[in-house]
Design a protein. Sequence first.
Length: 254
Amino acid sequence: MYTKTVYQSVPEDSVIRLQKVNKWYGEFHVLKDIDLEVKKGEKIVICGPSGSGKSTMIRCINHLEAHQRGQIKVAGTELTEDLKNIELVRREVGMCFQHFNLFPHLTVLQNCTLAPIWVKKMPQQEAEALAMEYLKRVRIADQAHKFPGQLSGGQQQRVAIARSLTMQPQVMLFDEPTSALDPEMVREVLDVMVELAAEGMTMLCVTHEMGFAREVADRVIFMDAGEIIEENAPEAFFSHPQFDRTQAFLQQII
Ligand code: ADP
Ligand code: MG
């Protein structure tokens, strides 16, 4: 159900815009009046306690979950129940999860060429060349013909990033991409993300890697109980958190 509300027009440099987004799981109000704008090239880090709605918000942005009230616009398209719009948005949004979600029965290369071939109708050779380019970028091209199960967690996550990039999205969403990894593998994945940021990719990252946030983020957003509590540039966010809830959270994780 979409209520009739008048929204401000979306500026052209805005890749993602959420306005007064609300979502319920049954009676449970999981997202409360979320306003968020991500401009082209911006890198945003989202943090907050477990259960605060971070994954739900990220999943609403490519409609893995439906919101019930408010407006979500991605790459100029408003997300409604219209499947055509959902498809348009998903082409522009790359997503990388905590659990890599690679297809275990396909090789690394096949994992990466699947979407370009089936969604973009790209010829196989072209898709393979493109996929190899991105596999090189994440430094895993030498594993292209292996199956995911033969790789380490860090390698699998880099493949997952390459797979998303092969669709040449306008924005990348990351949902705790390093939190399921053994500590020694976290850095190799963060390095790839830092490089991607330096190349100008628009990124929205849920992560508790505060070193990454300091290094890369234009803004850090703190969520709690379904709300955005505060947001600020990293330096100010970490040195002068405005709210008790943010301070308490930061004390736990830093
Ligand atoms: P976070 O990513 O910040 O840990 P989530 O977005 O995963 O938080 O979850 C927010 C809240 O919504 C949690 O209380 C969780 O239990 C609840 N929740 C998540 N997914 C569902 C679902 N499919 N059905 C019902 N409740 C859910
Ligand atoms: Mg989550």
